[in-house]
Design a protein around this ligand. Structure first.
Ligand code: PMP
Ligand code: GLN
Length: 383
């Protein structure tokens, strides 16, 4: 038999799939893959059902339903004073993961270099490789996961075309400061680079932290491609509705790819998400409070277990240093915890290409019922 394509050579099962499978096999509490183990809002599920009953069941327009693109446009204007035209700037995708693939496929030629700030969401590097591009890692250094401006600039070459930034940041829970964002923005303008800003956790912010979309920074509107999705915001990760906001020519290019990848996204679910976005101002305070209480609860539990780290200001992840607890590296320690303690976490070294810093941490997801978090803490006691 002939071999499979070289563009996927070296690809393995993703760390998320691997950990979820191990968690099932060992009957472990799963604080690995990032998804809530409780359901999303009843009112929104009711709307989705109603949309199906009302007959929104055939193919949607390729760029997304008119109502969802309009509501995406409305919330960017209302929350961030950003103007995106539903017709020429907004495209709906199957979650942010398809969005990332579309943007990279639309922009990157074989041999082009893309800066990825590590630790990174794993689909960035996979999409870059499928496009024939070359990922160039720049490390966000622990403990505050900041980047060194000079290191970033030295990584830029004549072949660099795109920087990928994620804020709020998975897996560290970091919320970038305006100054830090401006440093990256300046370099992208100085070297004429596109910047893809993955903002899927834009509403999961705590302790008064404010989301600053990269596109709002001076000079960045045209060159920023913003990616987000409804999965985290509504606690319905299985709905898989994402979007891309970009200038007209990038939007055209992205849609050319999208029409041959999925061409249309679930119609009734888009219609429901449109209604959900209308209700964001009422919905968000309770949503944030719910996750804040989970974060505070689990942080306290981990501190009591002797883990020492800063409480994250965003996302539903905690990047927890393990060196006080073990001499093992992250992967071995994560396996040990699954087998011996029946608690599954994600070993973050999977999110690094260059640095070995990830070996000193585990990522815990706290988007779980209180009883799940309690059980995990109980099973970790005496570690
Ligand atoms: N970006 C980041 C940083 C993520 O953590 C995730 C995972 N949910 C995604 C993108 C993909 O989101 P979606 O489920 O909408 O594809
Ligand atoms: N975004 C989630 C996480 O980081 C899920 C990702 C996935 O399963 N591909 O865990």
């Amino acid at each position: 038999m002939k071999e499979t394509a070289t563009r996927i050579a070296g690809f393995k099962d993703s760390i998320f799939g691997t950990i979820s499978k191990l968690a099932r096999e060992h009957n472990a509490v799963n604080l690995g893959q990032g998804f809530p183990d409780f359901d999303g809002p009843e009112w929104l599920k009711d709307i989705a059902y109603k949309k199906m009953q009302e007959g929104h069941n055939q193919y949607a327009p390729f760029p997304g339903t008119v109502s969802l693109r309009q509501e995406v446009s409305n919330y960017y204007k209302d929350f961030y004073k950003l103007n995106y035209d539903p017709e020429s700037h907004i495209t709906i995708s199957v979650g942010a993961t398809e969005a990332i693939y579309l943007v990279i496929t639309a922009l990157i030629n074989p041999g082009d270099e893309v800066i990825v700030l590590e630790p990174f969401y794993d689909s960035y590097v996979a999409s870059i490789k499928m496009a024939g591009g070359i990922p160039i890692p720049v490390t966000m250094h622990a403990p505050d996961f900041s980047i060194d401006k000079n290191e970033l600039e030295k990584s830029i070459s004549s072949k660099t075309k795109l920087i990928i930034l994620n804020n709020p940041h998975n897996p560290t829970g970091k919320v970038w400061s305006k100054e830090e964002l401006i440093d990256v923005a300046h370099l992208s303008m100085k070297h004429d680079l596109y910047l893809m800003s993955d903002e899927v956790y834009e509403f999961l912010l705590f302790d008064g932290a404010k989301h600053i979309p990269t596109a709002t920074l001076e000079g960045m509107y045209e060159r920023t491609i913003t990616v987000s999705s409804a999965g985290k915001t509504f606690g319905l990760t299985g709905w898989k509705i994402g979007w891309i906001c970009a200038n007209e020519s990038i939007t055209k290019a992205v849609r050319l790819v999208h029409q041959y990848v999925t061409f249309a996204v679930s119609t009734p679910i888009q219609e429901a998400v449109a209604e959900g976005l209308k209700k964001l101002p009422d919905y968000l305070p309770g949503f944030v409070e719910l996750y804040k209480s989970k974060r505070d609860f689990f942080y306290k539990e981990l501190r009591e277990l002797g883990f020492d780290f800063q409480i994250p200001k965003g996302t539903y992840f905690m990047m927890v240093p393990i060196s006080k607890k073990t001499n093992l590296k992250d992967v071995e320690f994560a396996l040990k915890l699954i087998q011996e303690r029946k608690v599954a976490t994600v070993p973050p070294s999977a999110f690094y290409l260059k640095s070995s810093e990830g070996e000193k941490f585990l990522r815990f997801c706290f988007a779980k019922k209180e009883e799940t978090l309690k059980l995990a803490a109980l099973q970790l006691k005496g570690l």
